[in-house]
Write a protein that binds this ligand. Sequence first.
Ligand SMILES: Nc1ncnc2c1ncn2[C@@H]1O[C@H](COP(=O)(O)OP(=O)(O)OP(=O)(O)O)[C@@H](O)[C@H]1O
Ligand SMILES: NC(=O)c1ccc[n+]([C@@H]2O[C@H](COP(=O)(O)O)[C@@H](O)[C@H]2O)c1
Length: 168
Amino acid sequence: MKRGFYIGRFQPYHNGHQSVLEHIAGKVDEIIIGIGSAQLSHHVDNPFTAGERVLMITRALTSLGCPYYVIPIEDLQRNALWVAHVRSMAPPFDICYSSNPLVVRLFREAGCRVQSPAMYEREILSGTEIRRRILAGEPWKKLVPPAIVQVIKEIDGEKRLRQIAMDD
Ligand SMILES: Nc1ncnc2c1ncn2[C@@H]1O[C@H](COP(=O)(O)OP(=O)(O)OP(=O)(O)O)[C@@H](O)[C@H]1O
Ligand SMILES: NC(=O)c1ccc[n+]([C@@H]2O[C@H](COP(=O)(O)O)[C@@H](O)[C@H]2O)c1
């Protein structure tokens, strides 16, 4: 049984994340999806709660073809302890998938195998770009799976993001 760990903030979950997970699903038996910075929400860079992000991911991944777990993980003030913190929250895993240089470094230093998946259309497929488009009133719905559009509608997420940005 080989398990892979993939972490992101998913603010929001988008088609780049989906492509990475479809790729990972072909490489491992089970996937653990860590929702990073789980304690953060209602900020311009982190508008959605951990629970809302769980909803986005589980609704989007109905046909991944591989069992998966979604685990919210809060940040720690101490990077040197973070991998142990992650391991204490997640089922055991053999490989970590991340393109975040700090995540790659911390897992490698802890002796864990790490692979950095290819980037898909990174100029448009990023949480930063999607949040920017929502705030600018530009089209963003094609950049995320349909389930994410539905969740953001249900939680009135566009309005929340605009109001948070105005209050900032
Ligand atoms: N378009 C993409 N293609 C492949 N991997 C991606 C893409 N966008 C993000 N990732 C990777 O997914 C993981 C989680 O990323 P994250 O949730 O921070 O998304 P992001 O789009 O980079 O968000 P933000 O712009 O808000 O920082 C990271 O390893 C990141 O490099
Ligand atoms: N010390 C820590 O708490 C620590 C260290 C490295 C990464 N992380 C988290 O891991 C996640 C990495 O995701 P991204 O690749 O989306 O940035 C983020 O939520 C980040 O805050 C936390």
